[in-house]
Design a protein around this ligand. Structure first.
Ligand SMILES: O=C(O)C(=O)C[C@]1(C(=O)O)C=C[C@@H](O)C=C1
Length: 265
């Protein structure tokens, strides 16, 4: 199987490494394409964005804000299947259905940074067949877990999983200070680790996620409500948060209710 990977950044390089295929990279930055080809394996090649030769598979590994344009430009170079790893699913799947209605199509979102591979990969196989099945088998063979989903379910989840999460962690990273050693609590330590992890990535990736998914406004509203709350209001916000994150535990406690009425810490 030969695969053209459009976009030679971290995601394109990850995909090239994660499949058993002859891989060719193309990118607006020809040096990046060469670097990705060198990083993936010795027989990987590069080609120009303007070429028109075709491949069994075309994989769009471009920033999510460019995915639909890239699909429109490069779908014609795919013979059997077209996939994207951009991180948003609705618009790319629609574009692939429009631009490549006769081909196998799938959207894949690795739910981890490439340096933390393998992990869970969200998969929507819109019109799968032997070629996409073979790619998915390669990804599983590399130790990844495939999470079958729908575009709507995935894109809704990313409002919490990415937009709100990144907004909360980046806000903490901007608002809190590193403290002298020894003062860390387990909670602070957890957030500090997340802040270090998130701020060690690529700013453009985080900007594109905020541009694509709602979620940050909810975090800002909640932070404002917490900052302005009187103690009684804060307690009720705390209870609301607690119900949201412990609802299954509370149901269990209710059904096995005992006389223990103690306060939670
Ligand atoms: O650093 C990680 O491992 C990440 O999870 C990175 C992260 C995220 O924070 O949501 C960032 C972008 C990718 O689309 C997937 C995951």
């Amino acid at each position: 199987m030969d695969v053209l990977i459009v976009g030679a950044g971290a995601m394109g390089t990850w995909f090239g490494r994660a499949i058993d295929a002859s891989v060719t990279f193309t990118d607006v930055d020809a040096d990046a394409a060469t670097a990705a080809a060198d990083a993936v394996r010795t027989d990987a090649e590069t080609t120009s964005l303007e070429e028109t030769d075709s491949y069994d598979v075309v994989c769009l590994a471009v920033p999510m804000t460019h995915a639909t344009d890239a699909i429109a430009t490069h779908a014609g170079r795919a013979d059997d299947a077209i996939v994207d790893v951009s991180g948003v699913m609705g618009p790319p799947l629609e574009a692939m259905a429009t631009q490549a209605p006769g081909l196998e199509r799938a959207s894949l979102h690795p739910l981890f940074a490439p340096e933390r591979a393998p992990g869970s990969i969200a998969v929507v196989a819109d019109d799968a067949g032997p070629t996409i099945d073979a790619l998915l088998a390669d990804l599983e063979g590399r130790g990844n877990d495939l999470l079958e989903t729908t575009a709507g379910e995935h894109d809704d989840a990313m409002e919490s999983v990415q937009a709100a999460t990144h907004a909360a962690v980046l806000s903490f990273a901007l608002a809190a200070d590193p403290v002298p050693e020894g003062f860390e609590t387990p909670i602070y330590d957890g957030l500090r680790t997340l802040a270090e992890q998130v701020t060690d990535g690529t700013p453009r990736v985080y900007a594109d996620i905020q541009d694509t998914f709602d979620g940050a406004d909810g975090v800002a509203d909640a932070a404002e409500a917490i900052a302005e709350a009187e103690p009684a209001e804060l307690e009720s916000l705390y209870d609301e948060a607690s119900r949201r994150w412990h609802s299954s535990e509370l149901e269990e406690t209710d059904s096995t209710a005992t006389a223990d009425d103690g306060d939670r810490v």
